[in-house]
Ligand binder design. Sequence first.
Ligand SMILES: [Zn+2]
Length: 394
Amino acid sequence: MTATGNSGARCPVCDTAELRPFYAQAGVPTHVGILWPSRQEAVDCPRGDLDLGYCPECAFVYNTGFDASLNAYGHSYDNALHFSAVFQSYERDLARRLIDTYDVRDADVVEIGSGSGHFLGLICDLGENRGMGFDPSYDAEHAEPLPERVRVVNEYFSREHVDTKADLVICRHVLEHVDDPAGMLRSLREGIGDRPDTVLYLEVPNGLLALRRLSIGDLIYEHVSYFLASSLRTAVESAGFEILDLRESYDGQFLSVEARPTSVPARPSPARPAPEVLADIQAFADRARERVTAWTELLERLAAAEEPVVAWGAGAKAVGFFNVLEVTTAVDRVVDVNPRKQGTYLAGTGQAVVAPDALVSDPPGTVLVMNPYYATEIGQTLIDLGVDANVQTV
Ligand SMILES: [Zn+2]
């Protein structure tokens, strides 16, 4: 976890400064969302390097060690969160808010990176809209059935996806995965062309929260970028959009932007972060190292006391967390409510993914909750199962 080379790359968002390296971690799994069928395959998964640099002008954070050739999305990619009741109500509220704010009714909605089409289906159901989704990991054969007015096509983004009529263009949790997010936004803007009433809704993880909360599990290879409000604003405005709303959502874990096309400014100046934001980024590596040490010591104490430990939530955070701590057998099970994940193994460190019921016959002493947002929901599930365990949020 020492900062290494790679200085000198220009900020791909504001293009006014060079990225400064601040955090590195070698050999992390390239795909946290792949479900591996055996422990050995999970441990032998493809790996790449994190070499994070930040821009001193707009605070964009970028993995200069990212190699796009290692990061194609296949059918086994699974980032669906919608099995959680908390996430379901978040999505429902978001769909209703977009429909009401922009009168998205009997309208054409395009979603870039629509996954299984779940959210697109929701916004089309609630607003009686027509939906067209694009996602390279879409698997029509195994996907849940979509409403009649919604179609999803298995394709990577291209500007042609938005050059037909679209009243609302949605792009959630995509921008942080592409190696040229500013270029993708420019393509979106070009595709929308001369249709000033089109509304763009963008959503990304809140990079500042990950850096401030020291959510070490949030630093993953698939996230080439970490957006803060300043860099997201810079990227969206310089692509030729006027920002109507920029907010933190989902308990501060996401950043979202609502925008409309405008004429592209010739040379926009970057939106600047507060000085304490840059200080947080610079302090991150040292503070993260302390956090890793504290977690390692806690897990060693629990192991010495022969207390069984499980994790809850077999998503990106668990893969990031276990890989930075290099935990393998000390925690060998991760609970997940998504039935498609159960029976598979976590990339890199090989924990078995089990259903909540599995805790009844083999109860843990401690449950590590990977996302604090779900702590209440998980605590209630444990009570319902009759499992009496300590709950620790990560
Ligand atoms: Zn910048």
